[in-house]
Design a protein around this ligand. Structure first.
Ligand SMILES: [Fe+2]
Length: 650
């Protein structure tokens, strides 16, 4: 939500940016080295506006000093520690493993300081010395500091004082003796980085001066992955409602077709896609990280469909090729076919990723790790058929290496179950890109990486709405980031999709998207009345049972609600569980489930009548549906306790 607050708070600035971008003749550059041209008059007027906006950008894109790192003038401090050495120790002798903790040892430091830090930068030939001589290109954080800047954003970084012996110089080396006495002493320290295979080689760069006044002291020799082409991060999704076909999507540095080998001797060949910096969006007034300093080559995204499977069944597969290697053999389950009786699914929004080491990253979601672990533990020991992640997926937001870290995080569970997604503002929105909301929330990704990594059964590119049936449920999944007004293509689709549901076959209709219609979150932006006015009538008309949204980072459940008023209240069943009797349908029940990772939003003290349960803790929603009973539980990830239970009956 923080970005939304930003938008409202700084609407005048946004309007100016939008105005400038709308009237600019600028087209997005083919490469990051393109020099932007603009008239000096528009530059100076823009600079006047932006020069006082550092605080604003700190709120929005910065959050921490680390997020401004590429905005700082970069100085050379190599003379301060002339005998500096950076050694990287991997547990493998033949290059980095696909997933390991490496030890980075910095030795020869003349004066250890609290402000010393190490950046992990990839690829190793990234420009960390000088930037384009183009200040305008870097104005989005409001920093008009003189160049050069640190041009390529680190994948992650760590303070040297994470080694408790560093500042006290417990590990000393004598560099110079005089008359048998040591006259020059240097210090060293070691820190651990969690490294996963991101294909391009890595270097570790040692800086003094903290994140705000970085001064480069030295860099390691580049380290390579032992197999940059290794097929990795496989995740499954459904392609239709039959439960007989499953798509696997994975990442590799290899541009040759690979295979999935599955079942008893079947195989499917991958279709390969990728995206480039040219596919990222940007404007002259608000250049995006995706197109420039946040870019990282995604390699090749492979996708293949396994067919001829049985619904609600278990199979095994491996993916790769003899040339580049194979994944391990993985057991996976197909979801039940639409129209069958029982479904168990998990749903959440706004997850992102948490680093496994003590690093800073440009965007960290503190709850993601505990939620993924809780879901994985639960699914490994219980029958779960599918997962729905309804927007704000990785929060890479233009820092593309973070997609690999996110895929790595979810792969243990997403490689075993259908992992269906909806698009959120942090995947799609950018000024001037056609998104419904004029915010820079995707960092210039504009949905391209999302659609490539998570191909859903949608009709066309950048039309990320679809429906799918699993057992007794019809899921209608929309994009709140695309036009939903009554004349829009998406609205027409929603109308048709929900009207065509056979409620004998799938008695339950669940509607999902990213931004909510009802939330007690007291942030500045709140809900979009336009969205509610356009879409809520369709929910009532089509007797939607349950509406799930994210975007707000907490858990909240309503009464059966329409136009802000409770049309019915749940009654306690024999076990004291809130039960909504939809034999006498009145209106949908809404739940906000954006509590899967992003820093939690608190509730205000003003309680709306329609708000029945409010929990600000990390967790996920799990559901069990038969044809007559829909049971839902909100599970807190740290304790694994069920903190809310409700039922809808037919
Ligand atoms: Fe969001």
């Amino acid at each position: 939500m923080e970005s939304c607050n930003w938008v409202l708070k700084y609407v005048p600035f946004m309007l100016l940016v939008f105005f400038l971008s709308s009237f600019s003749t600028y087209s997005t550059p083919a490469t990051t080295t393109t020099t932007t041209t603009t008239s000096s008059s528009s530059y100076s007027s823009l600079e006047v506006v932006i020069s006082n906006t550092t605080a604003m950008h700190r709120n929005f894109t910065a959050i921490s000093d680390f997020r401004l790192i590429n905005r700082q003038s970069l100085k050379d401090c190599s003379a301060s520690s002339p005998s500096l050495q950076i050694n990287v120790t991997s547990s493998s002798k033949s290059g980095l493993l696909d997933d390991e903790f490496v030890t980075v040892t910095v030795s020869g430091v003349s004066t250890p300081s609290n402000d010393d830090w190490v950046a992990m930068i990839s690829p190793s030939n990234s420009n960390v010395n000088t930037c384009l001589l183009n200040e305008l290109y870097y104005l989005q954080t409001g920093d008009t500091a003189k160049l050069p800047l640190l041009c390529h954003y680190p994948v992650k970084a760590q303070m040297m004082n994470n080694d408790p012996d560093y500042l006290s110089c417990k590990k000393k080396q004598c560099k110079k003796y005089q008359n048998g006495k040591c006259t020059v002493t240097t210090c060293s320290g070691s820190i651990k980085f969690h490294v996963i295979n991101i294909r391009s080689d890595i270097e570790f760069v040692f800086f003094s001066g903290g994140f705000l006044t970085p001064c480069m002291v030295g860099r390691s020799t580049p380290v390579k992955f032992s197999n940059p082409k290794k097929p990795l991060y496989g995740h499954l999704s459904s392609i239709d409602s039959t439960g007989t076909s499953m798509r696997l999507t994975w990442v590799s540095g290899d541009n040759q077709p690979q295979q999935i080998q599955y079942g008893d001797g079947k195989s499917a060949t991958s279709v390969i896609s990728t995206f480039s910096q040219n596919d990222m969006c940007s404007t002259i007034a608000l250049p995006s990280p995706a197109k420039d300093f946040g870019w990282h080559d995604p390699g090749y995204i492979h996708s293949a469909v396994m067919t001829g499977l049985k619904p609600s069944s278990t199979f095994s597969y491996k993916y790769g090729s003899d040339e580049v290697g194979w994944s391990e053999k993985i057991q996976f389950s197909t979801p039940p076919a639409g129209g069958s009786d029982e479904l168990r699914f998990i749903a959440f929004g706004d997850m992102g990723k948490t680093p496994l080491d003590d690093s800073k990253e440009h965007y960290i979601q503190p709850g993601a790790l505990s939620v993924v672990k809780a879901i994985t533990d639960y699914a490994n020991s219980n029958n779960v058929n599918s997962i729905f992640h309804i927007g704000d997926i990785s929060y890479a937001t233009g820092f593309l290496a973070e997609w690999d870290y996110f895929l790595h995080l979810i792969s243990p569970i997403a490689s075993k179950l259908s992992y269906m997604t909806a698009i959120g503002n942090h995947e799609r929105d950018y000024i001037g890109s056609g998104s419904e909301y004029v915010t820079p929330d995707s960092g210039g990704e504009c949905g391209v990486p999302y659609e490539t990594y998570f191909p859903m059964p949608t009709a066309a590119k950048d039309k990320p709405w679809y429906s799918i049936e699993q057992a007794s449920i019809h899921f209608t999944i929309i994009s709140t980031e695309h036009d939903f007004s009554q004349n829009s293509e998406q609205y027409q689709w929603m109308q048709k999709d929900m009207a065509s549901v056979n409620r004998q076959k799938t008695p339950w209709l669940i509607f999902m998207g990213h931004r909510p219609m009802y939330t007690s979150y007291s942030g500045l932006l709140g809900v979009d009345q336009k969205f509610i006015a356009a879409v809520e009538p369709l929910l009532l008309k089509n007797k939607v049972d349950l509406v799930l949204f994210g975007h707000v980072h907490n858990y909240e459940r309503t009464c059966s609600i329409y136009q802000g008023a409770c049309k019915a209240m749940p009654k306690k069943d024999a076990n004291g569980v809130d039960t909504y009797d939809n034999r006498n349908y009145t209106a949908p029940v809404h739940a906000v489930i954006g509590m899967a990772g992003f820093t939690l939003d608190n509730f205000s003290n003003n309680v709306n009548k329609w708000s029945l349960v409010r929990i600000s803790q990390f967790g996920y929603l799990r559901a069990h549906a038969t044809k007559t009973d829909l049971n839902l539980e909100f599970v807190v990830s740290n304790t694994k306790n069920v903190q809310d239970t409700f039922r809808i009956t037919k």
